[in-house]
Design a protein around this ligand. Sequence first.
Ligand code: HEC
Ligand code: HEC
Length: 398
Amino acid sequence: MNTLLFASTQRTIGWVIASVVLVGMGVYLLFSFRVGKREIGSEIDLAPNRVRHADDDELETRFLDRNLAWSLVLLTVVSLILPLYWLMEPARQDNAAYGWVKRFEKRGANSFEEACVGCHGPGGVGGVASYTLADSNGVFVAQVDWKAPALTTVLSRFGESEVEHILNYGRPGSPMPAWGLPGGGPMTSQQIHQLIVYLRSIQLSPEDAIAQVTSGLQAGARGIVTSRDPGLTNADAIAAAADAWLIQAADPASSDYRAYGELLFNNPAAQGANSCARCHTPGFSYGASSDEATAELIAEWPRLAEAGVLTGYQPGTGHVGPSLIGVETHFPTAAGQEDFIRSGSAVGIGYGNARIGTGGMPGFGGRTDDLNVIGTVVRPRILTPEQIAAIVAYERGL
Ligand code: HEC
Ligand code: HEC
């Protein structure tokens, strides 16, 4: 009760003023109402045919009383409004803070519309960026379509300061430019903050995040079952076979367990937002997602191989993140590696065998760090512990 009534200093002040006013009114009423007593001089009657203007006596009694009564009424109103003002103050402050958040969100949405939609799609659902690849001498190599990941689960994977870092400095070597002044971009730190407030508002619910991951797995599994059984042509039959494949492949005892891990690693949904390959496999974001696809790409742009930019499909050999070949030497146990993938890296914090994080590796197991923000931000986990274990099995076999 106390905590509710005196929730803040303003509330306390409000209650103190209210109690002083109420007690004062009570005392006044008790002592000053002369109930049932007639006014002094009221026995002198006027002649019935005469209407006389109020004389001094009356002016000093009835008129004065009426005016005093009105003063009392107005005073009461004022003394009630004063504590009410203080009582309402905390709510008013909350609303004001919330209003600021909404204004930041709106301005962030406007900047997003101007600066980001072209690549990341409306509402951040993902898109593509046309990008020119050059060799180390700056000579043209290829013109590619680089997938810009959906941003609808980005706060599940990164802390807000990590997102701020990405927005400030961009991703060198990718189409994502630097936006903040520290990275040489055009936006102030407040505009970057507004963008992050906007990103909060477009994060998927836990159910939708799961559906996003699953849709990518289903697409991949459909590819696997049709390549194994070319006779499958009916869409419903393919979907059913894909679902069945996913269930059996998720079993660690299954011979398809590593293929399942690979599928998670390469998850194509949401422009690769939830995949690992876009940061750990060279060229994945512009089409090097399998042997055949990479061969096609190199056939179209031979300079890719000639200049050594992309020489073939080399899963897990490193791009934004390091090569994962021989990752066992950095993580002696699979469990340690799973923990790392759940939480991701943090700036200056060691992981595995004496490596120091830059904050560039996202966490896929749901974030637990406190945001300390007004309003709710949904940050569901992207992958289940079982899915992460399957990916690790795949990685340790690379
Ligand atoms: C020219 C295209 C382009 C524009 C414009 C652009 N981005 Fe990007 N952005 C990308 C690409 C491509 C990536 C992925 C880079 C990679 O493959 O490593 C990316 C990555 C990101 C990431 C990291 C996501 C992750 O999960 O790794 C964030 C956050 C982001 N962009 C936000 C923004 C915001 C906010 C804006 C607008 C201010 C913006 N981007 C404008 C192309 C763009
Ligand atoms: C946005 C880019 C990005 C994505 C997506 C990403 N990683 Fe990473 N990863 C990194 C970076 C960067 C590092 C290096 C750590 C650092 O700099 O903080 C790293 C490090 C790692 C390491 C440690 C490697 C070592 O030996 O040091 C493992 C294991 C790993 N990632 C696995 C994964 C898995 C599994 C996924 C997908 C579920 C994934 N990564 C998705 C960027 C990424």
